[in-house]
Design a protein around this ligand. Structure first.
Ligand code: CA
Length: 223
């Protein structure tokens, strides 16, 4: 069941939305102000966030930018001013859709479904690893790993082609496509931290191997 986080300071509107989303088979959590949103997304990652722009506590734009630092969870921004949408688009905040108030709850449900369809369905399983790309979440043997965005990207990239060896250059190219100045050691240090976290979750299994003088690969267990 998709779990939707509603961030909306108008209680009447929030409960109306929650009713419509529930009727469409979704579960909801409601926050009435901006301050606790990022913490909530971290603690209980939702499948989608409906984020009002004007909120007490914190601005929806700031919250959206903050969430994008660690999560690819779909975000629909809600604004009371139609002319605001152009400005928001120009800021490239990373929201997946925009809805203008006043709206019909039916329209919101339809947009939520459309965004979930578009962004979902990229969960993959391998070696007890469950990788949920939209939410940037990884579980190993059911245990949720606390990865940084770079560690997540490295892992998802390696796991997509089991057994294939990638050089540090190739990994850097994937992680920093803008060719920011980073040296080889940067990749080594991210991989080291990633391997430590995998090792902690599943002691004794070496999921990412280093190939001396070449690079790294994701190695499926030999059984
Ligand atoms: Ca508001």
């Amino acid at each position: 069941m998709p779990y939707i986080l509603i961030v909306e300071d108008e209680q009447r509107l929030a409960s109306l939305l929650a009713d419509y989303l529930a009727a469409a088979g979704m579960s909801c959590h409601w926050l009435a102000e901006g301050t606790g949103v990022v913490a909530q997304v971290r603690q209980q990652p939702p499948d989608l966030v409906l984020l009002d722009l004007m909120l007490p506590g914190r601005d929806g734009m700031e919250i959206c930018a903050d969430i994008r630092r660690f999560s690819q969870v779909p975000i629909i921004m809600v604004t009371a001013r139609v002319e605001e949408i152009d400005r928001l688009l120009g800021l490239e905040l990373g929201a997946d859709d925009y809805i203008c108030k006043p709206y019909s709850p039916r329209e919101v449900v339809a947009r939520v479904k459309a965004v979930l369809r578009r962004t979902g369905g990229t969960r993959s399983m391998s070696q007890g690893l469950e990788i949920d790309e939209p939410a940037m979440r990884v579980r190993l043997d059911g245990r949720l790993l606390d990865l940084t965005a770079v560690e997540f990207n490295l892992l998802a990239f390696l796991v997509a082609r089991p057994g294939r060896i990638y050089s540090r250059d190739q990994l850097m190219e994937h992680i920093y496509p803008d060719r920011r100045i980073v040296n080889d050691r940067t990749i080594d240090s991210h991989i080291k931290k990633l391997r430590r976290k995998l090792e902690q979750a599943a002691p004794g299994r070496e999921l990412i191997r280093s190939v001396y003088g070449v690079g790294y690969k994701f190695e499926p267990d030999m059984e």
